[in-house]
Design a binder for this molecule. Structure first.
Ligand code: GDP
Ligand code: IMO
Ligand code: MG
Length: 435
């Protein structure tokens, strides 16, 4: 058994939370390495539903260590709210959770600054989650951000915060946004929050490297998806961090040599929330029907998710960027009952064939998908737990995607519950999770 990264192969919401929760039974440590409370990972444990935002899904298994790595941006208020609701469900969060002292802090001025680009005429609105994620990463890269370690350093924090808050007020006034930053009140509120999280804060890179030396098995949980990665996604319609596999090492402080395997989580179709190009998007009634069948509404903002057909060039692209050893295909059950299932095999761009995402956003917008139409299947995949019990047509769909993408489908999810999952015996994935 090995250390693995589990991450999204498309635009997020692929079902990472369910899969990480399921596999975490076989790992000692589960680490989030990027993003913030823009993520929403839904996990069902029996009749209970959890929506995890900042805390890795491993927290739901007693005794597992859950780590919030240095690569995240943390809103301490959102974190405490999440801890509170987990505690109310009986999870012993303090015993299991470690928070990086190097993670950056989101302050109330970050969502205000976000309005500069999201809510003004003439600017490209990304359709963000409005959680201040982008502006917090901007401050990090501009070297004016404050980290959890700075927040816990009381004397230093007050001074540094006041200077930054003054700058943000100047920016808001220059852009005539009219919002006031009450630096004193925010400082006091954050000092209180700091004391609440202090017992869980540590140097998580040091902790992880020690645990790795001791032979503990670590799973890295991606948030968002590869096409929302700030470098490799459909820029500028992306988030502000590296959701792809490379982000795991920088966002956790571990060497690439400790990673033994990389699993891509992919839906059996595709969804996207927010703006940006989406070559295989299904408009009209059929899109609405898939949205209804898959309950495709954002876990964080409640927005309807845009739905589209499986896109082979995208999967080939994200497999190459990340080095997928295997893929987990989720929500196969949502396609039950369809007569035909189109799969995008390649694109046409101004008459030329393409099977890779171009860099220019106007080119991505202009891509015309070339479909191969597969037959649907009789019967249902919902809740099936053995590969051979899937309808023949559903197996043919899975095997078609494997052949077209060149990536093994090592696991198939057939429903939201833990049990509604098939791990294919003898697959690379089964070996990587020690099954
Ligand atoms: P994440 O952000 O990648 O963790 O995904 P989300 O939790 O935002 O969205 C995935 C949704 O699909 C959640 O509501 C899951 O409970 C649900 N889900 C996951 N796998 C399956 C599956 O195989 N079938 C069905 N019907 N639902 C699933
Ligand atoms: P999980 O981890 C789906 C999208 C937003 C927007 C863009 C930028 O649940 O898969 P941001 O607030 O990050 O600056 O928004 O990214 N987005 C997600 N879409 N799932 C997510 O997370 C997302 N996190 C951000 O909708 O288009
Ligand atoms: Mg989600």
């Amino acid at each position: 058994m090995s250390n693995i990264i589990v991450l999204g192969a498309q635009w997020g919401d692929e079902g990472k939370g369910k899969i990480v929760d399921l596999f975490s039974e076989r790992f000692d440590v589960i680490v989030r390495y990027q993003g913030g409370h823009n993520a929403g990972h839904t996990v069902y444990v029996g009749p209970r539903k959890f929506v995890l935002k900042l805390i890795p899904a491993g927290i739901l298994r007693p005794g597992k260590i859950a780590v919030i790595g240095n690569g995240l941006v943390v809103d301490p208020g959102a974190l405490m709210a999440e801890i509170g609701s987990l505690r109310a469900s009986g999870v012993e969060v303090e015993k299991q959770l470690a928070i990086s002292d190097r993670a950056h802090v989101i302050f109330p001025y970050h969502p205000l600054v976000e309005k500069l680009s999201e809510a003004r005429e003439g600017r490209i609105a990304i359709g963000t989650t409005a959680r201040g994620i982008g502006p917090a990463y901007e401050d990090k890269v501009a070297r004016r951000g404050l980290r959890i370690a700075d927040l816990l350093d009381r004397g230093f924090f007050r001074e540094a915060f006041k200077t930054i808050a003054d700058d943000k007020q100047t920016v808001l006034e220059a852009f005539k946004l009219g919002d006031r930053i009450d630096a004193g009140a925010i400082c006091s509120q954050y000092e209180e929050l700091a004391e609440m999280i202090r017992p869980m804060v540590t140097d998580t890179a040091q902790l992880l490297n020690r645990l790795l030396r001791e032979g503990k098995k670590v799973m890295f949980e991606g948030a968002q998806g590869t096409l929302l990665d700030v470098d490799h996604g459909t820029y500028p319609f992306v988030t502000s961090s590296n959701a792809s596999a490379g982000g795991a090492c920088t966002g956790a402080g571990v060497p690439p040599t400790c990673i033994d395997g990389i699993l891509g989580v992919s839906k059996a179709y595709i969804t996207r929330v927010g703006g940006g190009p989406f070559p295989t998007e299904i408009h009209g009634e059929q899109g609405d029907a898939i949205r209804a069948a898959g309950k495709e509404f954002g876990a964080v903002t409640g927005r309807p998710r845009r739905c589209g057909w499986f896109d082979v060039p995208i999967l080939k692209y994200t497999a190459a960027i990340n080095g997928f050893d295997s893929m987990v295909l989720t929500k196969l059950d949502v396609l039950d009952g369809l007569k035909e299932i189109p799969v995008c095999m390649k694109y046409k761009l101004r008459g030329e064939e393409l099977d890779w995402l171009p860099a220019r956003i106007r080119d991505v917008e202009a891509l015309e998908p070339v479909y191969e139409v597969l037959p649907g299947w009789e019967g249902t995949t919902a809740g099936v737990t053995r590969y051979e019990d899937l309808p023949a047509g559903a197996r043919a769909y899975v095997e078609f995607l494997e052949a077209a993408t060149g990536v093994e489908v090592g696991c198939v999810a057939t429903g939201p519950e833990r049990e509604e999952t098939i791990v294919r015996p003898g697959s690379k994935l089964a070996r990587l999770i020690g099954k």
